[in-house]
Design a protein around this ligand. Structure first.
Ligand code: NAD
Ligand code: UGA
Length: 478
């Protein structure tokens, strides 16, 4: 008989742990869900009375938190206590790319995952099912098992601890996390113990149809997660590469996307050209695949996947270069208004956002940037760009521009940032940017003025009517 799970502990209250556990708590009111994190500030925010202060912005999240928090959903820093009470522990901690040592720049840094395994081994009581929720290199389950086996006392039968390890990678996308969790395309469970698999399966069965819950061996599950991200990122690099070719040939990448996306075998999703993929996972997961391929003696496979990341980097610098060229070869002292800083719409996450590289390039060239984003806080932009805000830019009509070269400021109000701008650069596809009144914006801008729309979200007819020059990614018709 498989165990009925009554008490879950999730280690890691981040972009995955927070929303995933909230949905489990919502769909399974009989299960007590504790989300723990060493980051006390983050936990404080998860417990904020003002639900607009939750550490993560996801449509639909605050409604669930309002319903379940304090009932069967709790956020705390009591790692030891909550592990000891749980019969299933999810490991949902960060797995960034290693910064130093062997495999630096490619392999995942598993120190946080190892630490979790040690904590579980130390504090758990009786039988515990340990679930890998973080994205991990193939064979990590072996490491976790070894750590768990090493810490359990082998001669004290009364306190004997036992474990099963499962892989249950998460496929949610930020910005649509709640919808993705409530209506997943599939749930993947990898493992070698059928009772443990069924125990986890039965949790998901509360809201996911059984045919969408796939069971595989543990290594297939770990590798499938890396592969899914690599395939998705590959599509983005592919369409961005074709976008560059469109600009040189008179083709339009939107038309090419539609034409190829109508082929059922290709499919229409993930074919939007943009400023290059960002987010905390695509780059790190592909680099991890590159590392694994080399490790297993497959350099051709490694080179194939590395090309996807290299194309993405090249593409971002291509956009910065192109802006300089269009603005008569120099942007020193020119004001550029950047619309959008998050790596995609509907999230406040800026990790690996294309905006970071592109803004750094523009600042390096001496541009003065005004930056707007509906959800990203100015202090986050400050951290990402490595320099603080210069408020004087807001009074730009009265100041000599050369004092402000290479500086940036945040524009809280969408229309303020247009004042005295030479160009507007759209980097995130926020709905607000689709509805800009370009006649009003154009009145404030310095002539000749440009709009660089890297997301093809703006109303290009209205931009032309307002006598603004327009560049869109992959538009070879202009
Ligand atoms: P995150 O950095 O937002 O959150 C991780 C949290 O774990 C942090 O708050 C950190 O303080 C905490 N933590 C680390 N070690 C801990 C420990 N020993 N005890 C308690 N807390 C600890 O990361 P994330 O974006 O939630 O990603 C987590 C994992 O999920 C990664 O492997 C990532 O690749 C994967 N993933 C992320 C997404 C996404 O959209 N962000 C989607 C699918 C999968
Ligand atoms: C991605 C995957 O889609 C999720 O399935 C996965 O769980 C997650 O990574 C993860 O492992 O972290 P996410 O990074 O949240 O989700 O966002 P995506 O919607 O995949 O977008 C990634 C990047 O590609 C964004 O910068 C986005 O703007 C860009 N993109 C996406 C395009 O430029 N064009 C597209 O057509 C699609």
């Amino acid at each position: 008989m498989s165990k009925i799970i009554k008490n879950i502990c999730c280690i890691g209250a981040g972009y995955v742990g927070g929303p995933t556990m909230s949905v489990i708590a919502d769909k399974c009111p009989n299960i007590l869900v504790n989300v723990v994190d060493v980051d006390k500030k983050r936990i404080e925010l998860w417990n904020s009375l003002d639900l607009d202060k939750l550490p993560i912005y996801e449509p639909g999240l605050k409604e669930i938190i309002k319903k379940r928090r304090g009932k069967n959903l709790h956020f705390s820093s009591k790692v030891k206590e909550k592990i000891s009470e749980a019969d299933m522990v999810f490991i949902s901690v960060n797995t960034p790319t290693k910064k130093k040592g062997f495999g630096a720049g490619q392999a995942s840094d598993l120190k946080w995952v190892e630490e979790c395994a040690r904590q579980v081994g130390k504090y758990c009581i009786g039988h515990t099912i340990v679930v890998e929720k973080s994205t991990l290199p193939v064979k990590t389950a072996e490491v976790i098992k070894k750590i768990l086996q090493a810490v359990q006392p082998d001669n004290n039968n009364q306190n004997k601890k036992s474990f099963d390890v499962l892989s249950n990678p998460e496929f949610l996308s930020e910005g649509s996390a709640i919808k993705d969790l409530e209506f997943p395309d599939r749930v993947l469970i990898g493992g070698d113990n059928s009772q443990a698999i069924i125990a986890l399966n039965n949790i998901y069965k509360n809201w996911v149809p059984q045919e969408k819950i796939l069971h595989t061996n543990i290594w297939s599950s770990e590798l499938a997660k890396l592969t899914a991200n690599a395939f998705l990122a590959q599509r983005v690099s592919s369409i961005n590469a074709i976008g560059a070719l469109c600009e040189s040939t008179g083709a339009d990448v939107r038309e090419v996307s539609r034409a190829i996306g109508s082929d059922n075998r290709i499919g229409s999703k993930f074919l939007d050209s943009g400023p290059g993929f960002g987010g905390s996972c695509f780059k790190k997961d592909i680099l991890n695949l590159v590392y694994l391929s080399n490790y297993f003696g497959l350099p051709e496979v490694a080179n194939f996947w590395e090309g996807v990341v290299k194309l993405n980097q090249w593409h971002q610098h291509r956009i910065s270069n192109l802006i300089v060229k269009k603005l008569f070869g120099t942007i020193t002292g020119k004001k550029i208004y950047v619309l959008g800083f998050s790596f995609k719409a509907n999230t406040n996450d800026t990790r690996e956002s294309a905006a970071i590289n592109i803004c750094k390039d523009l600042l390096e060239e001496g541009a003065i940037l005004s930056i707007h984003d509906p959800k990203v806080e100015p202090n986050q932009i400050c951290k990402d760009l490595g320099c603080s805000e210069t408020q004087e830019i807001k009074k730009i009509r009265t100041l000599e521009n050369n004092l402000l070269e290479g500086k940036w400021c945040f524009s809280k109000n969408i229309y303020d940032g247009f004042i005295e701008s030479d160009a507007v650069l759209v980097l995130t596809e926020w709905e607000d940017y689709a509805n800009i009144n370009w006649l009003k914006a154009a009145e404030e801008m310095r002539k000749p003025s440009w709009v660089f729309d890297a997301r093809s979200i703006t109303d290009y007819k209205k931009i032309r009517e307002a006598n603004l020059n327009l560049w869109r990614i992959g538009d070879g018709t202009t």
